[in-house]
Design a protein around this ligand. Structure first.
Ligand code: T3D
Length: 255
């Protein structure tokens, strides 16, 4: 039923595969809508999402053959990119970007919007925008300086050169780079771990870390107290403590 993505769920993990491999999974209007739709209508038993790309690339960013999108970039960003990015950053379960190959332009920044980014060693991240006379969008100018600092963010954006998966991991722009041979198994293991985890706590962590950039220490302590108050009333906290005292692994339900 989807034209530009594949979507499948098993064992609590949903896999969203960007699926226009002939164009390195370039984003068009339809793909943005399909990504937004699946992330905002997840079944209740899904407890982690893996976003990846079909073929040899992750995502090449905006489909540069789409004259309609190019005619009014501000509208395209507001009406199509913003909902897609929000669907990732407010997804009701943790999102892993499994960057299997090159992630360019908005494709790089879509990946970086995920909670956890795992890249294959052969993958790279390209802030390709200035090559075509644009500025980084899709959240890149917010997330990248926070992750790597101003000097590296500026260099990446002005020079538009590929940053290897290893370099990205060394710089703290992504969580992990894995040898290509270990990539699929590594992603699956992380996704299953998240799907078996305390989902509400994961979401509260996302909320706290995101808010930290705009808060002073006092405000952040207040936020932590509020979110921890919620976590302290969760079934998963009760289970976690019981399991510890009974010397067995906790069985979390995500609530
Ligand atoms: O609404 C708006 O427009 C504003 C939003 C802007 C957000 C943006 O994302 S702007 C940045 C757009 N993206 C780019 O500028 C990247 C363009 N692509 C590339 O630089 C390279 O293709 C890659 C570095 C991603 C991969 O290089 P390589 O050598 O591995 O593959 P390739 O041969 O260049 O690409 C394979 C095919 O995919 C090729 O088609 P062909 O020759 O086999 O028929 C290529 O044209 C096509 N392709 C790659 N990227 C795009 C694309 N087609 C349309 N749009 C693309 N972005």
């Amino acid at each position: 039923s989807f034209e530009t993505i594949q979507f499948a769920a098993a064992d609590g993990v949903a896999t969203l595969t960007l699926n226009r491999p002939a164009v390195m999974n370039a984003l068009n209007t339809r793909m943005r809508a399909e990504i937004t739709q699946v992330l905002t209508t997840l079944a209740p038993d899904v407890r982690a999402v893996v976003m990846t790309g079909a073929g040899r690339g992750f995502c090449s960013g905006q489909d540069l053959t789409d004259a309609g999108a190019a005619a009014d970039l501000e509208r395209t960003l507001r009406e199509e990119y913003e909902p897609m990015l929000a669907a990732v950053t407010t997804c009701p379960v943790p999102v892993i970007a499994a960057v299997n190959g090159v992630a360019a332009g908005a494709g790089a920044n879509l990946a970086l919007a995920a909670d956890v980014v795992i890249a294959a060693d052969s993958a790279s991240f390209i802030q390709a925008f200035t090559r075509i006379g644009l500025i980084p969008d899709a959240g890149g100018t917010w997330i990248i300086p926070r992750a790597v600092g101003m000097a590296r963010a500026m260099g990446m954006m002005l020079f538009a050169e590929p940053v290897s998966a290893r370099q990205a991991a060394d710089w703290g722009m992504i969580w992990q780079a894995l040898p290509d041979a270990d990539f699929a198994a590594g992603v699956t293991a992380r996704a299953q771990a998240l799907a078996k985890g305390p989902t509400s706590a994961f979401l509260a962590i996302r909320q706290a870390l995101t808010a930290s950039f705009g808060n002073d220490m006092q405000a952040q302590l207040a936020l932590e107290a509020r979110l921890q108050g919620q976590a302290g009333r969760s079934a998963d906290f009760a289970e976690g403590v019981t399991a510890f005292l009974e010397k067995r692994p906790a069985v979390f339900t995500g609530r």
